[in-house]
Design a protein. Sequence first.
Length: 311
Amino acid sequence: MQPIQQQDDAGRYAKCIEVSKRIRWDIERDVIRGRRFDFSRKFLPDGISKVNELAFLSTGGRRLLSQIQGRTYANMFGLVERFIGAKILDVSRDHVLGDQVKLEALVRFTDEELKHQEMFRRIEGLAAEGMPVGYHFLPQPNDVASVVLGKSTWAVLALTCHIELFTQAHYRSSIEPDTELSELYKDVFLYHWREESQHAILDELEWRRENVNLSANERDRAVDDLIELVAAVDGLLQMQAGADADYFSQIYGRAFSREEAKQVRDGVLKAYRWQYIASGVRDPRFTGILGDMITPQQSARISAALAPILN
């Protein structure tokens, strides 16, 4: 069975190369196309931003909060793709003197992640052009990457696979009929999804390859690492949700009551937890891959850690 599985996996790496060549896109030619943001439009669909759950906000207020979240979305992906690119470059070394098809697939993956970082830096710049001063993205990408990359490869690949898969859910939300959604941001979702859908395949292959090399005790420690990484992500989300809620309150146009301010803060955190955690961990493909690797006891530990975030 193992040689057959290895042949099948080799074919999946090769297919990712073929698709990578066929769908290759350019930031300026295909995504930006000389455009600027139209600030009469939302940046994120309601299914991602959850702004429609804040009924006391005006239509313009919900649109503004969507734009703030869209700016953070760009910064957050610029952050996560920094450690993703570094980890994929690291695991690609296992193939340097081995299967060159696998090496090429991972080198292409890394190159595309660098391009995505640049795209999201461009989106941040375009968002800044039309938004009031006072916005701050608090997490520091290099500091975050150093913490993440200090964990086991199994846990980092698990987190990476989770991230690549939730971009698929975000793309599906972006193509729902919505005449108020920014056409430029819709293209960001589209082109990001095109390459991330291939990256998710490679994540799974490398994650499974790492998994078979672990002892039971090593895997148990790796599960602890994954739990710690998710908690760290949630800590970043709580910090940025607070900063974004404060920024929104400052520029909204009227003072919020204490209860309204709390609802804004809670609403932004709920949206961020959906965007960066729940939409991935609830993905059937992710739960299926993870479930193949862990014991029921380990699954219960992960579920217990996620419960306060998902509820």
